[in-house]
Design a protein around this ligand. Structure first.
Ligand code: BTN
Length: 265
């Protein structure tokens, strides 16, 4: 059963009400990332959260769309104004992935893994995607603001997932849950974990956990470059969040997240 998202209930489960002062909940928006970006440009405070019960134009990485039906998912974005170079924004994504994995694992009792760089998986199915977007201050090269957008398939839609994602998508709960405030608790838990990491961001305390939860390390994969599937083995993730892979000819390469997609072989 889908539970209505409610800003007061989210706040009741937060540890840091001082940071997340403005939690906006909408029934439906185009994309929480797009709308929150507009609010950021208009001067909204760091820690503003926009949650929607559905999105009509949810967006994913690499220009993809993100299926965001009503009643079965959680879609929200966090506005940050971090003092960090734009290159570090990747770690906003990875820290958010750890926060999501821990929170949905606790709520569901199912192990949650992270597929480099921004997807969370349960039982080999993608249940969450994260899209971080930002605006760079041209004078300092630092981020003016960043938006971390999180989309979670809490339940499977009644008519299933669209054909294009049927082989990949899954949901956090395989069964209907009756707890009245599950969604609000999941959102609050994610925000709590995320804030903990964000407070001492330069320590990257989340990164060990990110690697521990890697869905790829040690697995045979395909690196998708220019629409070609190249077989490889994922060896490791380095401190700069490159995926280190070994191709079949024995060569080893460090991959950057912006350049390639990965498929499990
Ligand atoms: C991906 O799978 O590539 C990332 C998906 C990110 C989806 C979330 S839902 C909330 C926020 N608003 C969006 O339009 N996208 C992100």
């Amino acid at each position: 059963m889908y539970t209505t998202i409610n800003s007061q209930d989210i706040k009741n489960h937060l540890k840091n009400n001082d940071f997340y002062t403005n939690i906006i909940v909408e029934k439906s928006v185009t994309s929480t990332n797009t709308i929150l970006k507009e609010l950021a440009k208009d001067g909204a405070d760091e820690g503003t959260i926009l949650v929607a019960m559905s999105q009509t134009a949810g967006r994913g990485r690499l220009g993809r769309s993100f299926h965001s039906p009503s009643d079965t998912g959680i879609y929200f974005s966090i506005l940050l104004r971090p003092h960090m170079p734009a290159s570090d924004s990747l770690f906003l994504t990875t820290s958010a992935a750890v926060a999501v994995a821990k929170s949905i694992e606790k709520a569901s009792g199912h192990r949650a893994d992270i597929k480099w760089v921004n997807d969370v998986y349960i039982n080999d199915r993608k249940v969450c995607g994260i899209l971080t977007e930002g605006s760079i201050n041209p004078l300092t090269g630092n981020l003016d603001y960043a938006i971390v957008g999180i989309g979670i398939n809490v339940h499977t839609p009644k008519n299933g997932f669209p054909e294009s994602i049927q082989q990949i998508a899954g949901s956090v709960f395989s069964e209907s849950k009756n707890h009245s405030n599950t969604n609000n608790i999941i959102i609050a838990e994610i925000l709590n974990h995320f804030y903990e990491y964000y407070l001492n961001f330069s320590e990257k305390s989340f990164f060990e956990e990110y690697k521990k939860r890697s869905f790829l390390i040690g697995r045979k994969i395909y690196v998708i470059e220019n629409e070609t599937n190249i077989p490889a083995t994922a060896l490791d993730i380095d401190d700069d969040c490159h995926l280190i892979v070994k191709y079949e000819d024995g060569s080893i390469k460090k991959l950057s997240s912006g350049e390639v997609s990965i498929k499990i072989s």
